[in-house]
Design a protein around this ligand. Structure first.
Ligand SMILES: *Cc1c(COP(=O)(O)O)cnc(C)c1O
Length: 380
């Protein structure tokens, strides 16, 4: 695709990140060149770290944000490899691709771990978790995904946190696709740390990720470190002194700074959750009229992403290509779900007009033969 085609395409991204950017965030990318050893960068970095704490009103005395260049997986890997000591054991809860990735990360770093496995999309059974923790008293940390983007299932963290607290375990959460749009009650749920990326519910661009952690957890990080460039302690110590260990993704921080101002200015995570929920429900209701069924019950799904069963006789590729021609990029199921589901995420700077066009486009693509009406969708 040449440059012209890209700039003409105006595609609305309905994949779970990177998201459709607002004009303000896009414009921020034209900010001046900046050396990361100059005071202007220190101001930008501190501003972003403080705004991230403010999203969930976390106290800077107890919590810290550690930023790293990279994608969401970078933050998850830094969290697990840094916050679990060499002699400590981890229990990973899996009910999707990202839970299974937590196990892969633990294995890559030779972290002693055990998995509590559920099928993709299945609910986490608390009795099984309690039984697993009671039968393996050497476990010191539990890792779980908040919003399992594989299927759109929103895992309930609070009861998991209650089980962890009763056993004095740390709780490490992959909140990559929920931070900024779903409720996360850090203190009440007993979260020790969570991993986040800039380019999902926060509406920044890909390239910067972070770990929000309790300060004591960062101070007692794994020693000696398992990795150099993912060692949270190095970043934490430098960033606390308004410095940075390595070259940070400067432009990503410009974008995230603008995106966070926009989030705060538009009512914070609560307003964003309401907005996402309204858009997700509009899509669900449209698909329900077309007899396209959700793969996960809507009240167990996130506001961020929903998965739907592919209509009978329709392949993902054909649905994807038709929608793309109408200006929308949807997302396939992963692994064994590829032939069964498709996913639609209504996160990002998506306005009402775009959603109205999406509803028309879905109606055009999914209408049953015989029931088909001709609806022409205007490309913006
Ligand atoms: C997107 C995502 C990640 C990280 O993905 P990257 O491709 O590394 O940004 C991790 N966990 C969840 C739940 C996600 O949705």
């Amino acid at each position: 695709m040449n440059e012209r085609q890209i700039s003409d395409s105006h595609l609305i991204l309905l994949n779970p990140g990177p998201v459709t950017l607002s004009d303000r965030v896009r414009q921020s990318l034209l900010s001046p060149d900046l050396c990361h050893r100059e005071p202007e960068f220190a101001v930008l970095q501190q501003s972003v770290r403080q705004q991230l704490l403010a999203v969930y009103e976390l106290s800077a005395e107890e919590w810290a944000v550690v930023m790293l260049g990279g994608s969401g997986t970078t933050a998850v890997e830094a969290m697990l490899s840094s916050l679990i000591a060499h002699d400590e054991r981890l229990l990973v809860i899996e009910n999707g691709v990202y839970g299974e990735r937590l196990t892969q990360i633990a294995q890559a770093h030779r972290i002693s771990s055990t998995s509590l496995h559920f099928a993709w999309g299945e609910e986490i059974a608390l009795q099984s978790l309690a039984a697993a923790l009671d039968s393996d008293r050497s476990v010191k940390h539990v890792a779980v995904v908040h919003h399992e983007t594989t299927t759109g299932r929103l895992n309930s963290i609070e009861p998991i946190g209650t089980l962890c607290r009763a056993r004095n375990l740390s709780l490490l959460v992959d909140a990559v696709s929920s931070f900024g749009a779903e409720e996360i009650d850090f203190e009440r749920w007993g979260v020790t740390a969570c991993a986040v990326s800039a380019n999902k519910c926060l509406h920044g661009i890909p390239g910067v990720a972070f770990v929000v952690a309790k300060r004591p957890a960062l101070k007692s990080a794994c020693e000696p470190a398992r990795t150099l460039s993912l060692d949270l302690r190095i970043y934490f110590e430098k960033q606390e002194r308004a410095d940075t260990p390595f070259t940070p993704p400067v432009q990503c921080l410009y974008a995230l700074d603008a995106a966070l101002l926009e989030l705060a200015g538009s009512g914070g995570w609560r307003a964003r959750r309401e907005r996402y929920m309204m858009l997700a429900e509009q899509v669900r209701q449209c698909l329900a009229r077309l007899e396209v069924q959700p793969a996960i019950p809507p009240d167990e799904s996130s506001c961020v992403l929903r998965s739907y069963r592919l209509p009978l006789g329709m392949t993902y590729a054909s649905l994807h290509d038709q929608l793309k021609a109408l200006g929308f990029v949807i997302y396939a199921g992963q692994g064994q779900l590829q032939a069964q589901i498709f996913r639609i995420s209504t996160m990002g700077a998506i306005d009402d007009a775009a959603v109205a066009r999406l509803v028309a486009a879905l109606t055009q693509c999914c209408a049953q033969p015989g029931k088909t009406r001709t609806i022409s969708v205007q490309r913006k």
